[in-house]
Design a binder for this molecule. Sequence first.
Ligand SMILES: Cc1cc2nc3c(=O)[nH]c(=O)nc-3n(C[C@H](O)[C@H](O)[C@H](O)COP(=O)(O)OP(=O)(O)OC[C@H]3O[C@@H](n4cnc5c(N)ncnc54)[C@H](O)[C@@H]3O)c2cc1C
Length: 489
Amino acid sequence: MDPSPATALRTDVAVIGAGAAGLFGALTAAREGARVTLVSRTPLDGSASYWAQGGIAAALAAGDSPERHVADTLAAGRGVARESAVRVLCDESPARVHELQHLGVRFDADRHGALALGLEGGHSARRIVHAGGSATGRRITRQLAALAATDERIDVLEQTTADALLVADGRCVGLRIRRGDDHAEIYARATVLATGGAAALWQRTTNPPGSVGVGLALAHAAGADLADLEFMQFHPTALVSDGDDDGFLVTEAVRGEGAKLLDGDGERFVDELAPRDEVALAIEAELRRSEARAVALDLRPVDMGRFPNIAEVLARNGIDPQHDTVPVAPAAHYTMGGVATDLDGGASLPSLYAVGECACTGLHGANRLASNSLAECFVLGRRAGLAATAEPLVGAGEGVHAAALPDPPSAATRSALWQHAGLRRDADGLRPLLDDPFPVARLIAAACLAREESRGAHQRRDRPDADPALDDTHTVVDVDGNATLERWE
Ligand SMILES: Cc1cc2nc3c(=O)[nH]c(=O)nc-3n(C[C@H](O)[C@H](O)[C@H](O)COP(=O)(O)OP(=O)(O)OC[C@H]3O[C@@H](n4cnc5c(N)ncnc54)[C@H](O)[C@@H]3O)c2cc1C
């Protein structure tokens, strides 16, 4: 591809983003016979998917069941998860794991050759499938990217940025792309956003720098609804360091293998396997009490041979997990909200789809259960890939540009979100964010203000309790930036 200002390309399905969700959606659509164009801004290792450590949640163990997985996911979601979406995820995740195996992904096996299943916080059974120990994301995305690169139905446009969605007659008809100074338009029957989350909008984050809500900005500018933006999950155990590894995630799978969290006196202060919102809040309270920067993670009970990439980063930071504890503190990690979609990834704007972390089906509610997000990438990525191929053909060249992407967020925006929309927030801190120069920050503030209660990842100092009247609600942010609470059907 050689985009120039005059170029207009045509495809059946355009996918924006080459993480787990985009790659799986593209491969699914191509297998259905669609011509697919896959656009990716960063190389493979710039996606959150590549960084994923723990694994994929799927009820595969004897004695486990999708029903138990549903119950655990609903409990973690704190009364606002959308049950129909949770059922889809839990019912279909085991089949997607087997499909990945057919596609050549080799998951870790136990000594009998069966899938080795890990345990993570909030899960009542061992159900985390992993690869290369804690290199799960790297192994899966490498394999899927290799398949996409050699699939003759998929055109991969690397180092290419989608900078606007094209809208005509009230439907999304494609996108505009940019590489260097060149622009081109791609017309498609369906356009799938798979641009990842927004956690890097917060100053302290476990995410790659590009995870700043680009898909949310594109969809909002094109007129699609967003949902649940107040629910940003803070991972409890990100490395505290003065160097580049600050924010490096130490997966909770290590806590599943026996790692303990200790306060300044060397005492345990929290159930290490409680859901993430509880563990993160307990650490935040301990840090406020002790005025320390970090609590200690004791990895001595853990076989670090299973977590080679964590061992490598700790060694680089002069930490020997057999003798030293690891300084950790919460960091922004996972965006439960996103582009509001149905159970096939369809957005409120016809012919636009969103999958993976940029989407909000409602399945995570107020607090994502560990390892449900990769599962979501494959379950919803497949559903969207199938639905996208069934979209009608559109006329050529009728597009009008939606507003272009905003400038990247400034350091001031990232600092303001960390300070005022962090683990605990209140209306006084949130209101000034409504005037932030970065549009997604304004929309997040609107959603945080609209939900006048504390629940899961959204903890308001000025509204410290959950309001039972708000059970089963989600926060919809419309095209004008107004946030209202609506009830799931
Ligand atoms: C350190 C870490 C560990 C994790 N561990 C786990 C785990 O063990 N299990 C689990 O379930 N989840 C885990 N997660 C969460 C999970 O990895 C992510 O939610 C998931 O991978 C998101 O996948 P995605 O395909 O939606 O987005 P991403 O993987 O972030 O991919 C986004 C893609 O979009 C592209 N893109 C963005 N904007 C544009 C644009 N304008 N134009 C073109 N391309 C664009 C990017 O280049 C990238 O290719 C982890 C996350 C992190 C950060």
